[in-house]
Write a protein that binds this ligand. Sequence first.
Ligand SMILES: *[C@@H]1O[C@H](CO)[C@@H](O)[C@H](O)[C@H]1NC(C)=O
Ligand SMILES: *[C@@H]1O[C@H](CO)[C@@H](O)[C@H](O)[C@H]1NC(C)=O
Ligand SMILES: *[C@@H]1O[C@H](CO)[C@@H](O)[C@H](O)[C@H]1NC(C)=O
Ligand SMILES: *[C@@H]1O[C@H](CO)[C@@H](O)[C@H](O)[C@H]1NC(C)=O
Ligand SMILES: *[C@@H]1O[C@H](CO)[C@@H](O)[C@H](O)[C@H]1NC(C)=O
Length: 953
Amino acid sequence: MANISLLLFFFFILINSIPISSFSCPLHHKQALLTIKSNFDTIFNQSDYYYTFKSWSRNSDCCSWLRVNCSETGTITKLYLYDIVPSYDNPASVSFDIFTPLFHIQSLEHLDISKNRLVGEIPGDGFGNLTQLVHLDLSRNNFNGSIPYQIFGLTNLRYLDMNDNSFEGNLGPELGKLQNLESLDLNNNSLTGNIPEEIGNLKNLVYVFFSNNFFSGRIPDSIGNLKDLERLAFSNNSFSGGIPDSIGNMKDLEVLDFSMNSFSMKIPTSIGRLPNINTLLLNHNQLTGPIPSSIQNLSRLELLWLQDNHLTGEIPTSIFNITTLRSFSIGGKGSKLIWNNKAKIVPKRSLLSLYMPSCGMSGQIPEWISSNKELLYLDLSGNKLEGPFPNWLAEMVELDTVILSDNKLTGSIPHRLFESTLLHALHLSRNNFSGELPENIGNATGMTYLMLSANNFSGQIPMSMSNMDRLELLDLSINKFSGHDFPDLSNATSLIYLDVSNNEFSGKIPATFSTTIEFLYLGGNEFSGHLPWNLTKLVSLQHLDVHDNNITGYFQDVLPQSPYLRVLVLRNNSFEGFIPTTISNFSNLQILDLSGNNLSGSIPLEVANLTSMIEAPVHMSTSGSIVDFFFDYGPPNDMHFDIEDLIVNWKNNFQGLSSHSLDMYSLLDLSNNKISGEIPASLGNLKSLKVLNISNNNISGHIPLSFGNLKGMESLDLSHNKISGSIPKSLEKLDGLGILDVSNNKLTGKIPMGGHMSTMNGHKYFANNSGLCGMQINITCPEDIPPPSEGRDDEDDENLSWIFWVGTWIGFPIGFFSSILIMGYFLNFLLLFKLCGKGGAAGGGQGEEEGARKRSFDARYIVAYDCCERHHRKMYVGETEIANEIMGLIVSGYGSNHESSTSAIPRLWAELRVGSGPGNGNASLWACGLGHRSGLVVPGRVQSMWTVRVAAD
Ligand SMILES: *[C@@H]1O[C@H](CO)[C@@H](O)[C@H](O)[C@H]1NC(C)=O
Ligand SMILES: *[C@@H]1O[C@H](CO)[C@@H](O)[C@H](O)[C@H]1NC(C)=O
Ligand SMILES: *[C@@H]1O[C@H](CO)[C@@H](O)[C@H](O)[C@H]1NC(C)=O
Ligand SMILES: *[C@@H]1O[C@H](CO)[C@@H](O)[C@H](O)[C@H]1NC(C)=O
Ligand SMILES: *[C@@H]1O[C@H](CO)[C@@H](O)[C@H](O)[C@H]1NC(C)=O
C-alpha cells in the first residue's frame, strides 16, 4: 500500500511538472511546431501539404501528430520533416527560416529535414541549441556556406548526413570532437582543404562518405585508427599522395572508393589484408607500380576497378581466380600494363562486367570471355585485337554493352548479335569492319547507342533500323554507306544525335527524325535536292551540318526553325538566294558557315544582332547530354562518347573544333559566294566573334571603323573583294588578331602600325591592292620616314623553341577565357610551371627534360610562361599513344618580362593550328606574338602522363 501511494505521489509530481497534461507535449514545443505550420501556410498553397499537417491541430497533443515523436516523458525527441516542402510550388527554393522555431525544442534527438530544397546557410546558433541531437539529416537540400562550428559541438551525434548540398570551406580539427559519430555523409558538396588528422579520433565511425567534393592533400595516416569502418568513399576529389598503408588495419572494411583522385605511388600491399572488402575502386588516379599480388587474397572482392592509373607490370591473372569477382576494370588511357595474351583464364564465376581498354591485348578476342555467361558489359577498346567479331560473342544473349572501338577487327558483324533486344550499346568505331549491316539489325530494339564510325561498312542502311525506337545516338560516319533510301527514324523518339557524314549517301536529304534531335551531321555525302521542309521543323536542333553535298534551293526559304540552333554549316553546296534579315532570330548561333555557295545580295544589318556572337555564352560545357550518355550505366565511367569535332575553316585552315568547348568558338564564314554591297558597320557589334571570313565575294565599300570593336577577333579575312579606302587605324585595338588578310582588294594608304598591327607582316596578306604602304610590307609610305628596324636578335634564333606535347589531343585553342583560368587556379587544377623561360629554352634537350619531369601531374590546364623570347615562336603539339586530353594551355610572358601569367593573361593572344585529334600528326601552334602579351588556351584535359618537349625551331 505504502508503495503504491509513494508511486502515486511521484506520479503527481511528474504530471504537475508538465505544463499541460501528462500525455501532451510541452506547450512551447507545440507552439514551435504550430509556428512552422503557419510559416508554411504563408508561403505555400495548403493543399500541397494538407495531409502532412492535417494532424497538427492546436487542440490535440502534439505527441500524436504525424512526423512527431515524443519521449516517455512527453517531450518531443524526433521530428521527421523530410520532403515536406512541396516541390511543385513556388517559390522555387525556401530558406531554412521556416524551420527556425524548432530550435526551441531542445530535447530533439532526431531531426530529419532532408529533401526540402532549402537554401542559404544553416544557422549555427540554432543548431548549437540542439545539444541532445543524435541523428541529424540535412541531406538533399541546397544549403551553402561553411558547416558552422556549432555542429561540431553536438558531441552526441552518431549520424550526420549533409549529402547533396553546396556546403563549402574546410573541415577543421574540431571534427575530432564528434567522438560518437558512426556515420558521416558529406558526399556531393563543395568542401575543400585537407582531411584533418583528427578524423582518426572518431573511432566509432562505420560509414564515411566524402565523395564529389574538392578535398585535397594527403589522407592522414590516422585514418587507420578507424577500425570499425565498413565503408569509406572519397571518390572524385583531388586527394594526392600515397594511399596510407594503415588502410590495412580496417579489418571490417567492405567498401573502399578512392576513385577519381590524384593518388600516386604504389598500391599498398596492406590492401590484401582486408578480409571483408567487396568493393575496391582505385580507378582514375595516378597510382604506379605493379598490382600487388596480395589482391588475390581478397576472397570477398566483387568489384575491382583499377582502370586509368599508371600501373606497370603484368596484369595478374590470379585476379580471375577470386571466386566472388563480378566486375573488373583495368588498363585505360596511358596504361603501361602488360597482358599475357596466352593466359588460360577460367573464371570461377561469371563476371558481370569486364573492362580492359588499352591493355595491350592482341590476337583475336579471347575466347575465355565466353565462359562469363552472365556478362553484361564488355569493353576491350583501344587494344590491338584483330580477326572477326566472334560468333560466340554475338551469342552471349545477356550483353548490354559491347565496346570494341579502336582495334583492328575485320569482317562483318554477325546478324546473331541483333537478335537480342537487351543490347543497349554497341561501339565498334575505328576498326576495319566491312560488309553490309545485317538486315535484321532492327530487331535489336533495345539499342540506344550505336557507333560504327570509321570502318569500311558499305551498302544500304537496312530499313529495319526504323524499328530501333530507343535509339538516342547513331554514328555511322566515315564509312562507305550508300543508297538513296534512309530508314524512317521518326519512331525513335529519344534520338538526339545522328551522324552519317562522310559516306556515299545520295538522293534526298533524310528528314524523318523525331523532333528531339539536337545534332544532325549529314556532310560529305552526295545528297541533292532541296533541304526538306520537314528538316527545318526540327525544333530541338542545335547543330545542323550538311557541308559538301549538292543541296540546292534558296537559303532564305530553308532556315531551320529551332531556337536552339548554335551551329549551322551549309558549306560547299549550291544554295542560292540571300541571307534573310530573320537570321538575327538565332540568338544561340555561334558558328554560321555558308561558304562555298551561290548566295547573293548583301550582308543584312541584322547579322549584327546575333546574340551569341556579341557575347560568348556563359555555360562552359556543351552537349553535355551526349557526353554524359555513358555515365548512366556506371562503372569505369570513361566510356563517354566524344562528339566528332566540328570541321570549319578556322583561321585559314580546315580543322576540328572540339564540341566539348564549343562555347569558346564563334565564327561567321560567308566566303566564296556572290555577296555584294558594303560591309554593314553594325558588324562591329559582334564582339565575341573570333573568325570573320567574307573573302571571295563582290563586296565593295570601306572596312568599317567599327571593326575596331571586334575585341574577340582572331582572324579576319576580307580578301578577294572590291574593298577600297584605307585600313582603319581602329584595327590597332584588336589585341587578339592573328591573321588579317586584305589581299586582292582596292585598298590604299598606310597600313596601321600601332599595337598588334605591327606583327601583321605577311606580304601575301596585303598583296594586290591599289597602293598600300607600311613597314609590314616594306613599302615606305610617302608621309613617313623609315621606321626603326625591329632589331632582331640573331643569336636567339637557334633557341626558338617548339613545344612538343605528347598527349592525345582533343580540343583546340581559341584565345582566352580568364574565367577558366581563375576558376582553375582556385580549384587547383591549374598547373603553373615554367616551361620555357630564359633558361629552359636554352636547348631542346633541356626543355625536354623539364617537361618530362613534370609527368604525372594532374593538371587540366597548363600554363607555360616566359616562353616567348621573340616574335613568332612556333610550337608543336604532337600526338601520342598516351591518351590524355589537355584542357588548357596558356602560354604567356615574353622575353625578360617575368610578369606572372595571370597578370599577362588579359592581353594574351595566340593562334593554334592543330590536326583533328589523335592520329593526325603534329599540331602546330603559333603562339607568342608581340611584347609580353601572347597566349592561348587549349581546351581538353590532362589527366595523367604527358611530356613536353621544347625543341629548336
Ligand atoms: C536557444 O534556446 C533558447 C532557450 O529556449 C532560446 O531562448 C534561444 O532563442 C534559442 N536560440 C536560437 C538561436 O533559437
Ligand atoms: C587459379 O586457380 C587454379 C586452381 O583453381 C590454379 O590451378 C591456378 O594456378 C590459379 N591461377 C593463378 C594465376 O593463380
Ligand atoms: C526479327 O526477329 C523475328 C522474330 O524473332 C524474325 O522472324 C525476323 O526474321 C527477324 N527479322 C530479321 C530481319 O531477321
Ligand atoms: C512507328 O510506330 C507505329 C506504331 O507502332 C507503327 O505503326 C509505324 O509503322 C512505325 N513507323 C515506322 C516508320 O516504323
Ligand atoms: C514530313 O512530315 C510530315 C508530318 O509532319 C509527314 O507526313 C511527311 O511524310 C514528312 N515528309 C517527309 C519527306 O519526310
